[in-house]
Design a protein around this ligand. Structure first.
Ligand code: PEP
Ligand code: MN
Length: 379
């Protein structure tokens, strides 16, 4: 179905002409000192355009820190007065909208859990009628582009034209290296369906740690995103929420200075998206290979226990010949080369014997030099 959106085509919401738009600040506003000192350090980088901070925090479990609420809005105002940076907070209901607007907050965003709930989005949209504040809509927690577009449409119908989208990744049961899987094809499809809609990447909530932030930010820029929203805290280790993923302002400065801004055609972007998708697939397959190897070694250890209890020798050459013969046959059927299958199973076998011998307590010499001693004992 067509997406019906009428919005301001300025990619940076009229906030800057510099590319990309950078929104940064703590996950949560915790104290006036924390908000103001973080804001000052961010403003000093001269590369941050908007100060973010959560005031009402949607937490998974009720015992977690749920934000400082309304009093924290005044801290954001104080930070804005001290630095000149416009401010942004998350809103999840009409009361939040009213309080944030009354406190003079410059930009509002709808969080991922809220975007997934059309009743909540409609309530926010109704509270926004006749206002002119820019609204950013995060993707819903589930990988559903229609739900994301639906939320943008609801808010747009209320008359909000300074509209943008934030890609923060999607929840998944799969074990991935991300906190929220990026599924880059979804925001790219949003870009195709709603051309010109400002698109911002939130690598902090995609990554869940600071480790991959730069790589994910670079991918977003390579895919022609308009901005980044990155969490930064003056003392990340002390943060009351999302401590692991927040950078110090100084580290944010270093990271931004290492990002490469490319100017690309849409064709380049599409090719790159394909490449990103294929690399994600390879990453997943490699993780699966390691999982399967770990399972195989744990079975080898069970065999070790069995052999130990029954006094059976570790190496039985008939069994090894059978393995090589059989795996080679299957490998060739699957278009793998004989040399590869042979080497692969030699290495796997070596590692299995190592695990077995550890279990059987005959490993003192093996543990020191697993490669040689196991290799020899296997021949
Ligand atoms: C946040 O920005 O701190 C936040 C709660 O994000 P999300 O809605 O993406 O989980
Ligand atoms: Mn957060």
């Amino acid at each position: 179905m067509e997406a019906h959106l009428h919005f301001m085509k300025d990619r940076f919401l009229g906030l800057t002409t510099e590319r990309p738009l950078i929104i940064s600040g703590p996950c949560s506003a915790e104290s006036e000192e924390q908000v103001v000192s973080t804001a000052k350090a961010l403003a000093a980088l001269k590369r941050v355009h908007v100060l973010r901070a959560g005031v009402w925090k949607p937490r998974t479990r009720p015992s977690a820190f749920e934000g400082m609420g309304r009093p924290a809005l005044a801290w954001l105002r104080a930070a804005q007065e001290a630095t000149g940076l416009p401010t942004a907070v998350e809103v999840a209901n009409s009361r939040h909208v009213e309080q944030a607007l009354a406190a003079g907050i410059s930009i509002l965003w709808v969080g991922a859990r809220t975007t997934a709930n059309p009743f909540a989005v409609q309530e926010i949209a109704d509270a926004l009628k006749d206002t002119d504040v820019p609204i950013l809509v995060k993707n819903p927690v589930n990988p559903d582009l229609e739900l994301w577009i639906g939320a943008l449409e609801r808010i747009n119908k209320a008359g909000v034209t300074r509209l943008g989208a934030i890609h923060r990744g999607f929840s998944t049961f799969e074990r991935t290296r991300y906190r929220n899987k990026p599924n880059w094809e979804i925001p790219i499809e949003l870009k195709r369906r709603v051309p010109g809609l400002p698109l911002i990447c939130d690598p902090s909530h995609i990554c869940g740690s600071t480790e991959l932030l730069q790589a994910v930010s670079q991918t977003a820029l390579d895919l022609n995103y308009d901005g980044l929203m990155i969490e930064a805290h003056i003392r990340p280790a002390e943060a009351l929420s999302d401590a692991k993923q927040q950078l110090t302002p100084a580290d944010l400065g270093t990271m931004l200075s290492h990002l490469v801004f490319r100017h690309e055609s849409i064709d380049d972007v599409l090719t790159r998206t394909k490449l990103v998708e294929l690399r994600e697939k390879i990453d997943k397959i490699d993780r699966d290979i390691l999982e399967i190897m770990a399972d195989r070694m744990s079975v080898a250890e069970d065999i070790g226990h069995y052999k130990k209890d029954n006094n059976i020798t570790i190496l039985q050459s008939d069994r090894w010949d059978e393995i090589v013969h059989n795996r080679m046959k299957v490998g060739l059927e699957k278009n793998l080369t004989a040399a590869f299958v042979q080497k692969l199973f030699e290495i796997i076998h070596k590692e299995s014997i190592y695990h077995q011998s550890r279990v059987m307590n005959i490993a003192s010499s093996v543990e020191e030099a697993p490669a040689q001693s196991v290799e020899e004992s296997a021949r």
